[in-house]
Design a protein around this ligand. Structure first.
Ligand SMILES: Nc1ncnc2c1ncn2[C@@H]1O[C@H](COP(=O)(O)OP(=O)(O)OP(=O)(O)O)[C@@H](O)[C@H]1O
Length: 229
């Protein structure tokens, strides 16, 4: 059963042209893929539909075969807990430590304090952030901040992780490091969908690539069909 399925999805913003037009694709459990396209092609809109930040004008978005159109009220918060989100600008809480930022999704789920401490320490360790646990976000480098953002997005082991231009502010070396982190996630069973316009980086990762052009899905490229950047 796919984790995520877009079935003929179109999105028109009020007064605008089609931001997405008849887009269909499915993401399998543990799969990593990219969505790419020029500025305005519809990448962010596609991710917003998955988080229920926007609703489709036509067609259906299905999460584990549940039509998100039927998810309303308290169901929206429950759905969002199953989808981890990594933002370009981190959106970390400036007055909380790294450990507290990463712990937040577990605190919101009411998990016991001792268990939270254990899970946060173990993940920070894996991401090379153990020594920064007590630091405030403002004391970290851009790459470290992005790793904290990723840690927060994956600590509760979401079924799907989505990221919008997660390496937008980072230099090429750090971008590659962050992408490698994402690529390791499917091993935990998390599917990963990354929007990026950095074609060289996308090609280097050798994963499936969806190509959007003016809201249309014009290509769905298998890893073995990617040519070298
Ligand atoms: N809230 C909105 N209201 C009206 N039009 C919007 C809104 N959000 C996006 N659009 C339009 O929808 C289209 C797709 O935008 P979207 O942000 O999804 O593209 P994108 O591929 O993510 O671009 P970028 O790489 O610049 O972020 C664009 O024409 C954009 O102007």
């Amino acid at each position: 059963m796919p984790v995520l399925r877009f079935d003929n999805v179109s999105k028109h913003y009020p007064g605008g042209h089609a931001a997405l037009a008849e887009v269909s694709f499915a993401v399998e459990p543990g799969e990593m893929l990219f969505v790419t396209g020029r500025s305005g092609a519809g990448k962010s809109t596609l991710l917003k539909l998955i988080q229920l930040a926007e609703r489709p004008s036509r067609g259906a978005v299905l999460f584990e075969e549940r039509n998100l159109a039927r998810v309303r009220g308290g169901g929206i918060a429950r759905h969002r807990r199953e989808v981890g989100v990594v933002y370009q600008n981190h959106q970390l809480l400036a007055d909380r430590s790294v450990a507290d930022n990463v712990a937040l999704p577990l605190v919101l789920r009411g998990i016991a304090r001792g268990e939270i401490g254990k899970r946060v320490r173990s993940l920070l360790d894996k991401l090379g952030l153990a020594a920064r646990a007590g630091a405030l976000p403002g004391q970290l480098s851009a790459g470290e901040q992005q790793r904290v953002g990723i840690a927060r997005a994956i600590i509760a082991e979401p079924r799907l992780l989505i990221a919008d231009e997660p390496t937008g502010n980072l230099d090429p070396g750090l971008s590659a490091e962050i992408m490698d982190l994402f690529a390791a996630l499917p091993e935990r069973g998390t599917s990963v969908l990354v929007a990026s316009h950095d074609l060289a980086l996308v090609k280097r990762m050798r994963k499936r690539v969806l190509v959007l052009e003016q809201g249309r899905l014009v290509d769905d490229i298998a890893p073995e069909d990617l040519v070298d950047a």
